[in-house]
Design a protein around this ligand. Structure first.
Ligand code: M6R
Length: 361
């Protein structure tokens, strides 16, 4: 059942090249194919706002999508919100609102409650779901399926990266419908097709990641930092680490460090820094240097082009459109959490206090 791997989490991390190519199958050519959108009875020209609603890892994917939508369709406000908060926030909803729900199981109670509210207010509903025929899929106007296959380990890995690629495709399709276009769209399309290969290359770095994860041995805390899209990736990286290894992990916007969190950085503090977004990479690097000056033990994940002479532990992602850098970065962060948990002797597939599907609010 575990296909020769020690755990389901490890198996599922390694399945990503395949499930990503399944999720992308038939979607990307010269443009993005998303015929399912026809099922939504909406006048796209009148679209007033978009909400992305989800929990946990799926919320991290949703926040990433919100950022892309804001970049590519700046005229239409978009908000990513924890589904558990949605019912209590008095959010503006009407029939020209699109609510996008993201969920692996399609059975998360908080997400279903958010869907129910959206429907009561006549908002249009679209779900990104992994489990065929799940409640969320049945109750939404339109469903896009990730093709991750069954995800057994409690910690979400392959469901997350398939959500990311499908959300990128959806954001491209929506931006086109709304008369906008992502920056460097032809590179974006070409790189989307390369994602399964890129993912394979990332998995090939597992021994280096395993070695770097040794730094967690005597640590109770780890800090993850990044800017722009990298921030959502580090939030997910921190969630993964705390779930499976019980190491206390926090994620910060790198520019926020100096406004408080840097007080936590001391000799040997583990800092995992992500600098894949060219427009802010140099600023992130100088924030990281501030942590090194205070004795932090830094692991830097960055692009092929970044000058890294000041860093001892570096992992590189290949040349890829910035909107897709989150996917190779996720593989490295998942491996880091996995090896950290193994090092600490944790039951990676069944972390304490957690259930695969949370069916209570
Ligand atoms: O099935 P869902 O995607 O709706 O589940 C949402 C969260 O409960 C889930 O992502 C949870 O955070 C995972 N354990 C993360 O690894």
């Amino acid at each position: 059942q575990k296909g020769g791997y020690d755990t389901f989490m490890e198996k599922e991390i390694h399945e990503q090249p395949y499930v990503l190519s399944e999720t992308l199958r038939g979607r990307v050519d010269n443009d993005v194919r998303m015929d399912e959108l026809k099922e939504i009875n909406i006048n796209w020209e009148k679209l007033e706002r978009v909400y992305f609603l989800a929990c946990g890892t799926a919320l991290n994917a949703a926040s990433f999508a919100q950022d892309l939508f804001r970049q590519w369709v700046p005229a239409c406000p978009s908000f990513a919100l924890a589904a558990s908060e949605f019912r209590y926030g008095n959010y503006y909803l009407n029939s020209d609102t699109l609510c996008i729900f993201v969920s692996q199981s399609g059975e998360t109670a908080d997400t279903l409650a958010a869907l129910q509210l959206a429907k009561e207010k006549q908002a249009k509903t679209l779900s990104i779901v992994n489990v065929l025929g799940s409640s969320l899929a049945r109750k939404s106007d339109c469903t896009l399926y990730t093709c991750a296959g069954p995800e057994i380990a409690v910690a979400s890995t392959k469901a997350y990266t398939t959500q990311l690629v499908l959300l990128v495709c959806l954001m491209i399709a929506l931006s086109e419908k709304l008369g906008c276009q992502p920056k460097d769209v032809s590179k974006l399309m070409a790189d989307l097709k390369r994602i399964p290969e890129i993912t394979k290359d990332m998995l090939a770095q597992q021994e280096i990641v395993k070695d770097y994860a040794q730094c967690l041995k005597d640590q109770k805390d780890a800090y993850f930092i990044g800017r722009r899209l990298d921030y959502f990736s580090v939030v997910e990286g921190a969630l993964k680490l705390k779930e499976v290894s019980y190491v206390h992990a926090d994620a910060y916007i790198a520019g926020e460090l100096k406004h408080g969190p840097i007080a936590l950085i001391d000799k040997g503090t583990v800092v995992i820094a992500l600098a894949t977004q060219e427009e802010v990479a140099s600023k992130t690097i100088s924030n990281i240097e501030e942590t090194i000056a205070r004795g932090a033990n830094v692991i830097l994940i960055t692009t092929q082009y970044q000058d890294t002479h000041a860093f001892q532990k570096v992992l590189r992602i290949p040349d890829v459109h910035p909107a897709l850098a989150a996917i190779p970065a996720a593989i490295l962060l998942q491996l880091f959490a996995y090896y950290g948990a193994v090092l600490k002797g944790c039951d990676v597939d069944k972390p304490r206090n957690l259930a695969k599907s949370v069916t209570v609010e």
